[in-house]
Ligand binder design. Structure first.
Ligand code: HEC
Ligand SMILES: [Cu+2]
Length: 335
């Protein structure tokens, strides 16, 4: 008997703590769609809890009658047919029917266009093994692993993948949407307020799957417009000889074979193999949310990416100490 309360307390604590923290909390929605999804969650949780309580009450009633019988007291008869038909068939069918209708309605609402405005900002997100390519076709900008959106505006996000199925999920802004090779799916994102939201791949896609996260930054509109303008302007000449030298190292080491950056020749191959680095210096993380973006981590990443993210499609590059330092300065200067 003493184990039961302990177990229940533990389960309750885990349940309440699990979703409490951080920028990826499903029950802390920051958009209309996420709010509907959170509401659906609470309704399902409430109904499931109510059903559990009713079942436990009936169970203890039965146990009590069994005990009475053991003591030689006749508890009388219960009409079993009513209980079986009511509790076993009619009530469950009603509960499940209600949930089906409600779930389908929420699903249809959150995945249909929110309005008929044809001028939404369009963002194309391509899931790669194991990072995110982010394109703004209307502005001809490409970036990676961080998605910038204007707060308070509905943004249309088109998703696909060139390799395997990934799933695009920003819990505080919306539900999951699969990224399927050869197919384009779309959802509408809208952040009520400026803020920073974490997303991650929600469909197992290989060894790097757990290290395939991203950030969505919702900015005030003027800040977003300023970012677009800065990215569309021609790359400034390196303001410092160390940065110019870093750019040389970038080219000599063959980094540009896979990475596009403003101000360096584009990758010779069709399509990108690695993330666009044009504004890498402002990114919070390295390798799709794997490490905080600082000089030490960046050096470690360039020398041996496989140790940090096994299976990622970037080879390690051995560089002399001062070449590496110049390269790091160059990469950090990209904004
Ligand atoms: C063969 C292609 C290839 C080459 C060559 C290559 N990379 Fe990469 N790089 C990648 C891929 C793919 C990723 C994404 C890895 C992941 O997150 O799974 C990546 C990720 C990165 C990142 C992290 C980007 C981000 O947004 O998190 C940086 C920085 C980077 N590479 C720098 C370099 C530098 C500097 C060189 C040259 C020394 C280089 N890469 C050479 C393919 C390449
Ligand atoms: Cu994935």
């Amino acid at each position: 008997m003493r184990r039961v309360p302990l177990f229940l307390t533990g389960a309750a604590a885990i349940f309440f703590l699990a979703a409490c923290q951080g920028p990826q909390r499903i029950l802390d929605p920051r958009s209309p769609s996420a709010a509907r999804i959170a509401e659906l969650w609470w309704v399902m949780f409430g109904l499931a809890a109510a059903v559990t309580i009713v079942v436990l009450v009936i169970l203890s009633f039965a146990v009590h009658r069994g005990q009475q019988r053991q003591r030689g007291v006749d508890p009388g008869r219960v009409n079993g047919a009513t209980l079986v038909w009511g509790g076993g068939v009619i009530v469950p069918v009603m509960v499940i029917f209600y949930l089906v209708v409600y779930t389908v309605r929420v699903g249809a609402d959150v995945y249909s266009p929110p309005d008929t405005n044809p001028d939404h900002l369009v963002i194309e997100v391509v899931g790669h093994k194991f990072w995110w390519e982010v394109r703004y076709p209307q502005h001809r900008i490409t970036t990676a692993n961080e998605i910038y959106i204007p707060a308070g505006q509905t943004v249309r996000v088109l998703v696909t993948s060139p390799d395997v199925i990934h799933s695009f999920w920003v819990p505080q802004l919306h539900g999951k949407i699969d990224m399927i090779p050869g197919r384009i799916n779309n959802i509408w994102l809208r952040a009520d307020e400026p803020g920073l939201f974490r997303g991650q791949c929600a469909e197992y896609c290989g060894s790097g799957h757990a290290l395939m996260a991203f950030w969505v930054e919702a900015m005030p509109e003027d800040k977003f417009a300023a970012w677009v303008d800065r990215r569309r302007a021609p790359a400034p000449e390196p303001p410092h000889p160390e940065i110019a030298r870093g750019r040389e190292v970038f080219l000599q080491a063959g980094c540009h074979e896979c990475h596009a950056t403003r101000g360096a020749p584009l990758p010779p191959r069709l399509g990108q193999v690695g993330p666009d680095l044009s504004d890498f210096g402002r990114r919070r993380t390295i390798a799709a949310g794997t490490l905080p973006n600082n000089r030490g981590n960046l050096g470690g990443w360039i020398l041996d990416p496989q140790r940090i993210k096994p299976g990622s499609r970037m080879p390690g590059t051995a560089l002399a100490g001062d070449d590496l330092q110049a390269l790091l300065t160059y990469l950090q200067s990209l904004r």
